[in-house]
Write a new protein. Structure first.
Length: 145
């Protein structure tokens, strides 16, 4: 082999090595870009793998779920408002029955029945209760006195 052909082969191999290195770098960049495009656009289903939705599809799903959650929160807020009002009415009725000269501890069953009637009249749902026990305060006598 002559010197010119050795130079040609060496330069060819050097150029091929440089080009393969450059192609490897470009391939890594392209593969990363390819993954980004797959994430943005989604992927169709393949054998053994379901479809992967793209960014816009996932955003639409998230917005639909957010709307559902917003309606649920709105409903819970309404329920809490109603319950809060009922608690205020209940507190007012308890205050009325306890501090308007007719304490529950002193009047027993009659006042309890009136309280239940007032609660029902205020729209507070209560289930039918068995007669409440006598709530009159009894102080036991001390046998040592």
């Amino acid at each position: 082999m002559s010197g010119d052909s050795l130079i040609f082969v060496a330069s060819f191999l050097g150029t091929a090595a440089a080009m393969s290195g450059a192609l490897a770098v470009l391939w890594r960049r392209f593969r990363g870009l390819s993954h980004l495009m797959d994430d943005l656009l989604g992927e169709p289903p393949r054998r053994g793998r379901p479809a992967v939705p793209g960014v816009m599809e996932r955003l639409q799903i998230a917005e639909e779920e957010r709307a559902i959650l917003r309606e649920q929160v709105k409903g819970l807020t309404t329920e809490l408002t109603v319950m809060g009002r009922r608690v205020l009415v209940l507190l007012e009725l308890l205050r009325k029955h306890m501090f308007d000269g007719a304490a529950l501890l002193s009047t027993g069953q009659a006042n309890d029945d009136q309280l239940i009637e007032d609660l029902r009249a205020a729209g507070i749902p209560i289930r039918d209760l068995a007669p409440l026990p006598d709530t009159t305060l009894r102080i036991p006598e001390d046998p040592n006195v």
